[in-house]
Design a protein around this ligand. Sequence first.
Ligand code: THU
Length: 133
Amino acid sequence: MQPKLNKAVEERMITAAFNALKNSHSPHSKFKVGSAILGLSGKIYQGTNIEFDAFSLTVCAERSALFCGISCGEKVFTAIAIATSSNDFKFPCGLCRQALVEFNPDLKVILITKNKKIKRFILKDIIPNYFKL
Ligand code: THU
């Protein structure tokens, strides 16, 4: 059964995203991102951004959460919450949009600013004509 993205679940996702943000390893940019992705099982998986001295190894919070969910055996994802250390809305990068859209174009995306403003949208609306084999 698909977990309903009701107020309580959304609250749990937002809390998980901020908890992940606290673990951000971002010594270079000092920009903290935390993410929480909801699996079909109802479980929530956290991810944060991880930076390296070899810059190109950096992984965004959204993909960290996705990798965590997949590594734990989850196959389908229904929503993702993304929190940042900015007071402005920060949208997921192109790489993360592509990675997430390959799993679910209808993924619900919840953006949260540092001061807890919220924006909600559907992933496919921000990645039209995405690559598909
Ligand atoms: N970052 C994310 O975690 N998600 C995004 O969608 C864009 C950028 C991270 C990567 C890097 O650690 C920092 O933010 C600055 O680019």
